[in-house]
Design a protein around this ligand. Structure first.
Ligand SMILES: *Cc1c(COP(=O)(O)O)cnc(C)c1O
Length: 381
């Protein structure tokens, strides 16, 4: 029986029979476990090795969500991303990476990997000719995101996966923005999926965690890397993430619906020059997003005609959204990328990427759509 993601979120990975009869998976808050006679060094159970009962149950749930053979929970999204890249790449290798990646990933690729002798080329997400030109005999992997931040662009993901397959590259994708509810990359030809579970998977703005999913051998290899890098998830955080996951479907569905309603409202507002949301007909990859994703996501950005000053005034007048980075929680969050995630870039670089000073990013929360729209309307008046 193939079950829907909603059902897997609740039931996958939960022990049967239940541990001690407990309906909710208990927290195994123990750093170490008794040894069993006859087992070897690799069978030692120790929390840094991500193999407590709290990890096992969470891993089975995470794997089921992406239709993966195996999964690994990590101490942050960056721990998943670094474990994925370090397990695949070695000195002398070359990486193809989509331009406009999450800042931490971009810095890892452009600052840390070169120190280890791993080169990269940043390429547009929907230009196969540019991918071909960037290819070298040492290219080993292609790294993309299911939607980019903050313009919510959608790369030609099926083309990227088949390009990687035909050139013998490992295709890695950060699926944080789409969530497994919106898009399941392993079913579309990707080899490794990573998530910042800090965002929608946990969904409560109260935890830092990551996840990595894929075939057993790839996950094993990433786990060996993680065992040594040390970025394992604490059993209590495993419990919180497992609890958060159970409500992902209801949370994400509502966040997506509210986000689209807010985007449609903002698109008609005279103070707004442009709205970026994959669900809008005006989005350059709307047709692709409709074809690939079950949901358009809950992230949007919009440009104010009045620039940075108007954004500052709007932030001061908004009563519901909080001015904070991150995304995916119950609270609607607003940021100005030119002053936060992209502050490290020169104004020319930002302009080239399409990030103006008056661009505002919104992570839609779980407030009633009517209340949010009224609040934005008042703040923009
Ligand atoms: C937040 C984020 C990350 C990093 O995740 P952490 O949990 O903060 O380490 C990576 N990728 C994307 C798309 C993100 O939004």
């Amino acid at each position: 029986m193939t079950m829907k993601t909603d059902t897997l979120l609740v039931h996958a990975g939960e022990p049967r029979p239940r541990s001690g009869g407990a309906v909710a998976m208990p927290i195994y808050q123990s750093s170490t476990f008794e040894e069993t006679e006859g087992l070897g060094y690799h069978d030692i159970r120790y929390a840094r090795l991500s193999n407590t009962p709290s990890h096992d149950s969470l891993h089975a749930k995470l794997a089921a969500l992406e239709g993966a053979e195996a999964a690994l929970a990590t101490a942050s999204g960056m721990a998943s991303i670094s474990a994925a890249l370090f397990s695949v790449l070695r000195t002398g290798d070359h990486l193809l990476a989509q331009d406009g990646l999450y800042g931490g990933t971009h810095d890892l690729i452009t600052h840390d990997l070169p120190r280890l002798g791993i080169e990269h080329t940043l390429v547009p997400g929907d230009d196969p000719a540019a991918w071909e030109r960037a290819l070298t005999p040492r290219t080993r992997a292609f790294y993309l995101e299911s939607m980019t931040n903050p313009l919510v662009r959608v790369a030609d993901l099926p083309a990227a996966a088949s390009f990687a397959r035909s050139r013998g590259l490992v295709a890695i994708i950060d699926n944080t923005f789409a969530t497994p509810l919106g898009f399941q990359p392993l079913r579309r030809g990707f080899d490794i999926v990573v998530h910042s579970a800090t965002k929608y998977l946990n969904g409560h703005s109260d935890l830092i965690a990551g996840a990595l999913m894929g075939p057993l051998e790839r996950v094993r290899s990433a786990k060996r890397t993680l065992d040594h890098l040390g970025g394992s998830l604490d059993p209590h955080a495993c419990f919180l993430l497992q609890r958060g996951l159970k409500t992902l479907a209801v949370r994400f569905r509502q966040q997506c619906a509210t986000s689209l309603a807010l985007a449609q409202f903002l698109e008609k507002h005279p103070a707004v020059a442009r709205v970026n949301h994959p669900g809008l007909l005006s989005h350059p990859q709307h047709a692709r997003a409709r074809e690939l994703f079950a949901f358009f996501g809950a992230m949007l950005s919009f440009e104010l005609r009045g620039g940075a000053a108007a954004a500052g005034q709007m932030f001061a007048r908004l009563t519901l959204p909080l001015h904070a980075p991150s995304l995916g929680g119950p609270e609607t969050l607003v940021t100005r990328p030119a002053a936060s995630s992209h502050v490290g870039l020169s104004p020319e670089e930002r302009a080239r990427m399409g990030i103006s000073d008056g661009l505002v990013r919104v992570s839609t929360g779980l407030e009633a759509a009517e209340d949010l729209i009224e609040d934005f309307g008042r703040a923009l008046a």
